[in-house]
Ligand binder design. Structure first.
Ligand SMILES: Nc1ncnc2c1ncn2[C@@H]1O[C@H](COP(=O)(O)OP(=O)(O)OP(=O)(O)O)[C@@H](O)[C@H]1O
Length: 206
C-alpha cells in the first residue's frame, strides 16, 4: 500500500521544467522526509501527489489505483500558511465540516476547544488555525498526509506539540506522511527515511 509518483515531469511554463523525471514512493505507516534547495520543486511535487496539478507527465497512484477526480481524496495536503487554506468568511465549524468525518478524538488530541468552533479564522492564532487545518485533513478516509512546511512559522513548543499529535494519529491509523521542511533537525527527528530533491536534475536519492 503506497502513494507513488513515477517519472513525474512538470513545468509551470513550456520548456521550463521544475520537475524532471522524479519518482517517489510513500508507504502507509511511514514518515518520509523530503528536503531540497529553495525552488527545487518540493511544493510542486506535493501538489502533484495530492492531485492539485493535472498537467504533468508520469503517473501518480494511490494504493495501486489512479487518483479519482471525484469524492474524498485519501491524500491530504496541508500547507505552511493555514490562513490561505481556509475561507475567511466561514466560521471554524463550517471550515471543519469540509473534512471527512473528523472525529471528536482528533479535535481533542489537537487541543481544539469547543468555543473556537464559533470563531472566524482571523480570531485564531496561526498555531490554532494550523491545528484546524490538520484536523480537517485527518478525516476517517485519509490514508496519506503531505505536510509542506506545516510548522515553519510556529514557536518550538507549539511545533513539538503539533508534531507529537500528528505522529500519534498517523501511527494509530497507519497513515503515510510526507514531511517537507527546511529544518534538517526536525526532519531527522520525525522521519524513518529522508530523500533529497536536487535543484537542477531533480534526481531523488536516499
Ligand atoms: N504557480 C506558479 N507559477 C509559476 N511558477 C511557479 C509557481 N509555483 C512555483 N513556481 C516556480 O516553480 C519552482 C519550484 O517552486 P516550488 O514552490 O515547488 O519550490 P520549493 O522547493 O517548494 O521551494 P521553497 O523551499 O522555496 O518553498 C520555483 O522556481 C517557483 O518560482
Amino acid at each position: 500500500m503506497c502513494l507513488k509518483g513515477e517519472n513525474i515531469s512538470f513545468g509551470y511554463k513550456k520548456n521550463n521544467l521544475v520537475l524532471n523525471n522524479v519518482s517517489i514512493s510513500l508507504d502507509r505507516g511511514k514518515v518520509l522526509g523530503l528536503i531540497g534547495d529553495s525552488g527545487s520543486g518540493k511544493s510542486t511535487l506535493c501538489k502533484i501527489l495530492a492531485g492539485y496539478e493535472n498537467n504533468y507527465k508520469g503517473n501518480v497512484s494511490i494504493d495501486g489505483k489512479e487518483i479519482l477526480s471525484k469524492g474524498y481524496n485519501p491524500v491530504q495536503l496541508v500547507f505552511q500558511h493555514p490562513e490561505k487554506a481556509v475561507n475567511p468568511k466561514w466560521k471554524m465549524k463550517d471550515i471543519l465540516s469540509e473534512g471527512n468525518n473528523v472525529s471528536q478524538d482528533i479535535l481533542d488530541s489537537f487541543g481544539i476547544k469547543k468555543n473556537w468552533l464559533n470563531r472566524w479564522p482571523n480570531e485564531l492564532s496561526g498555531g490554532e488555525l494550523q491545528r484546524f487545518a490538520l484536523a480537517r485533513a485527518l478525516g476517517s478516509e485519509t490514508r496519506y498526509l503531505i505536510a509542506d512546511e506545516i510548522t515553519t512559522m510556529l514557536d518550538a513548543i507549539t511545533q513539538a506539540q503539533i508534531w507529537n499529535t500528528v505522529l500519534d494519529i498517523v501511527k494509530e491509523r497507519n497513515i503515510g506522511v510526507l514531511v517537507v521542511s527546511h529544518e534538517k533537525n526536525l526532519i531527522k527527528r520525525l522521519c524513518h527515511d529522508i530523500i533529497y530533491l536536487k535543484d537542477i536534475n531533480n534526481v531523488l536519492c536516499h
